[in-house]
Design a binder for this molecule. Structure first.
Ligand SMILES: C[C@H](O)CC(=O)SCCNC(=O)CCNC(=O)[C@H](O)C(C)(C)COP(=O)(O)OP(=O)(O)OC[C@H]1O[C@@H](n2cnc3c(N)ncnc32)[C@H](O)[C@@H]1OP(=O)(O)O
Length: 724
């Protein structure tokens, strides 16, 4: 979408109501053209004698998805000039719309997000459809609302609710918006514009109140109470997002309006918005926004004009942790699911897990008991393949055993209909190997979920050289329906996420064997923004899994795998992670982790076996150095994944890192972050460590080439080299 697109129109009815329509598909975003046109159209309506009142609405059932996010980059790289601060909030919304001598009513259908809701809040009343989404999600882009939202929303719904809506970026639906006072009435889509017309005339005739949101005070808490709420929000925000400044700026701007009045608040908001727009956080989060939407654009697949086929029934093989999680994700999105197990005991356990997953939603108030019962009816258990005769897709989620999987895929071919997609949830095994005894290679695909599968947002779609584009399209569609972000990758050991991140723990183990403290590493990595450090993660995943997947990498990439005995030694002693309540940490009955001095003995023993000694330089490492010694090897492996064409574009790997590993989105993803450091710097650091500590750190040729040219790592992969 370009910032030079979009317009507004004015249609004046016989009743004297002028309908201003925002038109900028697909979401009627507010480009500068739309905003300039909105100003002109509103001024024209105010000048015209035949217009008594004005309704603002959006074309095609969508009010507006907010300011045009694609303009952010252009403002940042100065290819377009941003208007002066306050042009929209003060000169258009406050001084033309809110201060108008004719009533404005917003007719909100579909969505009113960010600047969209800010336009609606500038009006004197709002009518919404019941399912419309209304919210201020700007913080998730590293900015604050910049068209008056920080001032209008607290005055319409109270400070506490406004803060919640802005800090979480979560929208509310029309019905809730009505109960909050954000909208004045709810009407069906068919009745929406007529209700808004009538409402506008009623305001004119003084039958309804003429309210300027910026000056409303009845919903505002007292000054003392307001300060308490704002200070509490500051404490919570510092705790939850210690690396982020913009949520605190948002709170300060709201406070300015409460203390000094909304005009002062609007000025402060405009100035803060301008500064935040240029921040690294905003640049990273905007990159992340478009990268996330870009994962479903796969050259040679999604540009062929193929339409996804309808998937009604899905069979899942294996009711373990993964299988039951996948089944939960599917039934939650209304797919009929058959869960197959090898005996009744395992089957009941699998069904029990699915029930447990749903029950936890009921407990948290996210699901009603009726919905729970209804959802569960979509799940059927099975001990044989008879019920597979009409399934549209099978997802195999059994243990990682090649010959078992080969047998299963050859059985599936016999029982499933010829159109059925044959997917495997393997996290490491080569799909070509799995399909070796199967003729329908074009239907074989990887559907790699992350645990817990009904919670984690990423779905790695792994295609082989033979997987048909139609099958990829179908799985992309299922991914979207079950609310996952799908990333299409090529077939290799570990695919994208596990492959990129295998050096993460290995680098940490290398450092520990050379004298760095386990807990210092975890602290430095969480301070950087990861949800947990490598050792806490190992405890969570369990040492069994860590050793098994580590083994795959030793086998496939021996020259660059760091072999440490720390984990095997601990496992021998029945310390296998959180499930045994002992790993790198000890866990109390509430599963709270505490450091354990005992681990020293395993580290010392492992050091003896590896023959390495403590390096006094490393014991004094700064947090920054720890972060780089752990993440630059991850960047190095990511470069290999790019060079081999496992991913179609670097941005897909950014998404994979954020959604599969919890890499902080406000750093834009692994490649985006690496490019902020520069390929030259990364290569020189890796070379330095490679000389000191061995081949584990050796920069790969892709990285070395980029560094030699001073080129970014994210340059598009040569399509001739792509495995996709
Ligand atoms: C000054 C102001 O306070 C600042 C702002 O307003 S900042 C903007 C605030 N608004 C937002 O953050 C909303 C962002 N958009 C969204 O959350 C979602 O896109 C949505 C809920 C609107 C629609 O979701 P969904 O139907 O799943 O479609 P989705 O694929 O996300 O978007 C459709 C297309 O619209 C684009 N789009 C969505 N919102 C956009 C926006 N605000 N600006 C520019 N493009 C936008 C997407 O990039 C996508 O483009 P593509 O088809 O070329 O990939």
């Amino acid at each position: 979408m370009s910032s030079s697109k979009g317009r507004t129109t004015l249609d004046v009815g016989a009743d004297g109501v002028g309908i201003v329509t925002i038109i900028n598909p697909p979401v009627n975003s507010l480009s500068f053209d739309v905003l300039n046109s909105l100003k002109d159209t509103c001024e024209q309506a105010l000048r015209r004698d035949d217009v008594k009142a004005i309704v603002i609405t959006g074309a095609q059932g969508k009010f507006s998805g907010g300011f045009d996010i694609s303009a952010f980059g252009k403002i940042q790289d100065k290819s377009i000039q941003a208007p002066k601060p306050g042009f929209v909030s003060l000169e258009i919304l406050s001084d033309v719309v809110a201060a108008a001598t004719k009533p404005f009513v917003a007719a909100v259908d579909g969505l009113a997000l960010g600047g969209g809701l800010e336009v609606a809040m500038a009006c004197h009343a709002r009518i919404s459809t019941p399912n419309a989404q209304l919210g201020l999600p700007e913080l998730q882009l590293g900015i604050i609302p910049g068209f008056g939202g920080t001032q209008a929303l607290p005055r319409l719904v109270g400070i506490a609710k406004a803060l919640e809506m802005m800090l979480t970026s979560k929208p509310v639906k029309g019905e809730e918006a009505l109960s909050l006072g954000l909208v004045d009435a709810v009407a069906s889509p068919a009745e929406l514009v007529n209700t808004a017309r009538r409402w506008a005339l009623d305001i004119l005739e003084r039958k309804r109140p003429w309210v300027i949101s910026y000056y409303k005070t009845d919903k505002l808490e007292s000054l003392g109470e307001a300060r308490e709420i704002l200070n509490f929000a500051r404490v919570q925000t510092r705790k939850r997002a210690p690396n982020l400044k913009h949520p605190l700026v948002c709170i300060d701007v709201i406070e300015e309006g409460i203390v000094s009045g909304s005009r002062a608040g609007l000025w402060k908001e405009a100035e803060a918005f301008q500064i935040l727009l240029e921040s690294d956080t905003c640049k990273s989060l905007v990159h992340f926004f478009f990268a996330q939407r870009g994962t479903t654009k796969v050259p040679g697949v999604t540009d062929l004009g193929l339409k996804p086929r309808k998937i009604n029934k899905v069979a899942i093989l294996g009711g373990g942790l993964m299988g039951s999680g996948i089944a939960t994700a599917l039934i939650l999105s209304n797919y009929t699911v058959i869960l197959k197990e090898v005996n009744d005991k395992f089957l009941q356990a699998g069904i029990g897990r699915v029930k447990g997953n749903l029950q936890s939603r009921v407990k948290k108030g996210q699901m009603s008991t009726e919905k729970f019962e209804k959802t569960l009816t979509l799940l059927k258990g099975s001990l044989d393949y008879e019920s597979f005769r009409d399934v549209d897709m099978v997802i195999e989620a059994v243990i990682e055993n090649v010959s078992l999987k080969q047998q299963i895929f050859s059985d599936l071919e016999k029982y499933c209909p010829p159109h059925c997609i044959l997917a495997s949830n393997t996290s490491t095994i080569d799909l070509d190997l799995i399909g070796e005894r199967t003729k329908s290679q074009d239907r074989i695909i990887g559907a790699h979920f992350f645990s817990p599968a009904h919670v984690m947002p990423l779905l790695e779609i792994v295609r082989t050289q033979k997987t048909s584009p139609q099958v990829i399209i179908d799985l992309l569609d299922v991914g979207k329906k079950i609310k996952k972000t799908p990333v299409v990758v090529g077939n290799c050991t570990g695919f994208a996420v596990n492959r990129m991140f295998f050096p993460y723990t290995q680098a940490a183990l290398l450092l520990v064997e050379r004298g760095v403290d386990v807990y210092q590493i975890d602290r430095a990595i969480t301070k950087f923004g990861m949800p947990m450090g490598p050792f806490r993660l190992c405890d969570l995943v369990g040492f069994g899994v860590a050793i098994a997947t580590g083994g795959q990498f030793v086998l496939n990439f021996p020259e660059r795998t760091y072999k440490s005995m720390i984990i095997p030694l601990m496992q021998e002693d029945k310390r296998a992670g959180e499930t045994t309540r002992k790993g790198f940490y000890v866990y109390d009955e509430k599963r709270k982790a505490s450091p354990d001095p005992e681990i020293k003995k395993y580290i010392e023993k492992s050091r003896e076996i590896s023959g390495v000694t403590i390096d006094p330089k490393l014991t004094k490492l700064s947090d920054k150095d720890i972060v780089e010694m752990i993440f630059l090897p991850v960047v190095n492996e990511t470069c290999r994944v790019l060079a081999e064409g496992i991913a179609v574009k670097a941005a897909d790997l950014d998404i994979s890192a954020v959604m599969g590993m919890g890499f902080p989105p406000y750093r834009g993803g692994i490649v985006f972050w690496a490019d902020s450091l520069g390929s030259k710097y990364i290569c020189s650091r890796l070379e330095e460590w490679s000389n000191l500590y061995g081949g584990f750190f050796k920069p790969c040729s892709y990285l070395a080439e980029r560094a030699a040219k001073g080129a970014p790592l994210s340059l598009t992969v040569d399509p001739t080299k792509s495995r996709l």
